[in-house]
Design a protein around this ligand. Structure first.
Ligand code: BG6
Length: 495
């Protein structure tokens, strides 16, 4: 698969996302032969850059953050001339003429009309201005070949997401709008569909008759770093649960699609979001736990509390940890809890999905055969480990009937030599190809907001009294353990 001639305008071109993720992704696509023969990448922003200085800035990013650095074989020298910089003010309609001129010139040079992608890697408040100006200057009038890619956060709450959607859909066709959630581009997340729907083995037991509960953990070992300003407007629930975690949950819980057509997959995910039980405001405490990190130690280094971070209010009530118990009210999942948790400065960096099966109906072995009678469990490690483990009981060799749990493991690294593309590579290639399957549709984003709004509103109206409530390097606040322990279950972490 290879896209046709394409020009990509990156708004926020001088920013972090472009330097760390977007240009490295495009560079890796180039090295792997996925970029079209004719392509141009134009960074835009207010900062002054000459083309050369901009290229140097991006090369530094590649050397620091890309899965492949510049190996001095001349590839960068072939890639770099396709990169340029356009200084402009995103809120000045006048400045967009520069964009029109670039497209015109490329069209003349390439002898064909290119696909045009506008990647909005900017603060959310700039999105409406940019979208309006792109529309005003008719830069997206070709509905088949022009697309606009919108980064998260997509809105700040349900209302602002609805407003943003109605603005965007009034200016563009829905199939021109690519709302990105980079988790959907991760290899291991895409593999959930392969595991579930390319095998006859799992699907028959993938339901409330056999599954006791599901867990999703997305734990990070970093704090908010230099993103205090952004994070103060977000918090863990908005930053991770509303998007990444709910999207992963949809992949685990959705019904089998009949095709891989974008809307078919998105309909099936939407069905899950629509079926998630809305937590009553009076019951938020029963279903959701928030936390904020204190000062402490991470891997031998002293770290500041969240409230001491740059850009953070000293009395901040923002959550850096969130855990929620969801229910999905449909035939497949009725009464099966989905426990999710995420946080900064936790004990390990790990994103893990656990499918905990019910116990065997009858345990005929002598009680001494096993200290703990554990039921089967499937764990899907999304990152940094990439593997799938099926845990079951085995007889320990010897003359006594002694059982212990063992793991049958599929590991990406043991099975494949191919390098793993980064999520942004996959998603940028999809966007260039016009494939929106792994992007979010307007209704998905809004329903995901609907799901978390009762929690957000309750938390915002009742400031926490116990913040900060967890130490760096732990698994978060004690209440998060209690959330699952009161149901007689425990959070799963891999050994
Ligand atoms: C981003 C969040 O969307 O995802 C960050 O804004 C978070 O706070 C990041 O660190 C995690 O992504 P990944 O791919 O490192 O798991």
């Amino acid at each position: 698969k290879r896209p046709s001639s394409t020009v990509i305008f990156i708004f926020g071109g001088s920013g972090d996302l472009n330097q760390r993720k977007l240009t490295p992704a495009l560079y890796n696509l180039f090295l792997d032969g996925f970029m079209p023969d004719n392509f141009a990448i134009v960074g835009t922003g207010r900062t002054e850059y000459s083309d050369d200085k901009f290229r140097k800035h991006l090369l530094d990013g590649i050397n620091d953050f890309s899965r492949r650095k510049d190996d001095k074989s001349g590839s960068w020298e072939k890639f770099a001339p396709n990169v340029s910089y356009l200084r402009m003010d995103a809120d000045k309609a006048e400045d967009y003429k520069g964009i029109a001129k670039i497209i015109q010139d490329l069209e003349a040079a390439w002898g064909e009309h290119p696909s045009v992608l506008f990647y909005l890697a900017v603060a959310p408040q700039l999105v409406p201005d940019i979208a309006t100006n792109l529309h005003k200057l008719k830069l997206c009038k070709d509905k088949a070949s022009s697309r606009i890619i919108v980064e998260k956060p997509f809105g700040h709450d349900l209302k602002s997401a609805q407003e943003l959607n109605s603005l965007l859909t009034s200016l563009f066709e829905e199939n021109q709008i690519y709302r990105i959630d980079h988790y959907l581009g991760k290899e291991t997340v895409q593999n959930i569909l392969a595991l579930r729907f390319a095998n006859a083995l799992f699907e028959p037991i993938w339901n409330r008759n056999y599954i006791d509960h599901v867990q999703i953990t997305a734990a990070e070992t970093v704090g908010v770093e230099d993103r205090g300003g952004y994070y103060e407007q977000a918090g863990a629930l908005r930053d991770m649960v509303q998007n990444h975690i709910l999207q992963v949950l949809c992949m685990v819980a959705m019904e089998a699609p009949v095709s891989f057509e974008a809307n078919e997959i998105r309909n099936k995910k939407s069905d899950v979001l629509n079926a998630i039980r809305k937590i009553k405001k009076t019951e938020v405490q029963k279903y959701a736990v928030r936390g904020q990190y204190a000062a402490g130690w991470m891997k031998g280094a002293k770290v500041k509390s969240y409230r001491e971070e740059k850009g953070v209010a000293p009395e901040s009530t923002i959550d850096t940890f969130a855990a929620v118990k969801f229910y999905i009210d449909n035939w497949r999942w009725q009464d099966v809890p989905f426990y999710v948790r995420t946080g900064k400065y936790l004990m390990e960096k790990t994103t893990l999905i656990t499918i905990q099966f019910k116990e065997a109906p009858k345990y005929a072995f002598p009680p001494e055969a096993s200290e703990t009678w554990r039921a089967n469990r499937l764990t899907i490690s999304i990152q940094p480990e990439m593997d799938i483990r099926l845990r079951f009981q085995a007889k320990r060799p010897g003359q006594t009937m002694s059982l212990n749990p063992v793991d049958m493991v599929f590991s990406y690294n043991d099975n494949y030599d191919e390098p793993q593309p980064e999520a942004y590579e996959t998603l940028l290639l999809d966007a260039m190809m016009g494939n929106a399957t792994q992007f979010m549709r307007d209704d998905q984003v809004e329903t995901a907001w609907e799901v978390i709004m009762p929690i957000l509103e309750t938390w915002e109206s009742r400031p926490p009294v116990d913040f900060p409530n967890y130490a760096p390097g732990t698994w978060g606040p004690e209440d998060a353990e209690a959330l699952i322990a009161k149901d007689g279950r425990t959070w799963v972490t891999l050994p």
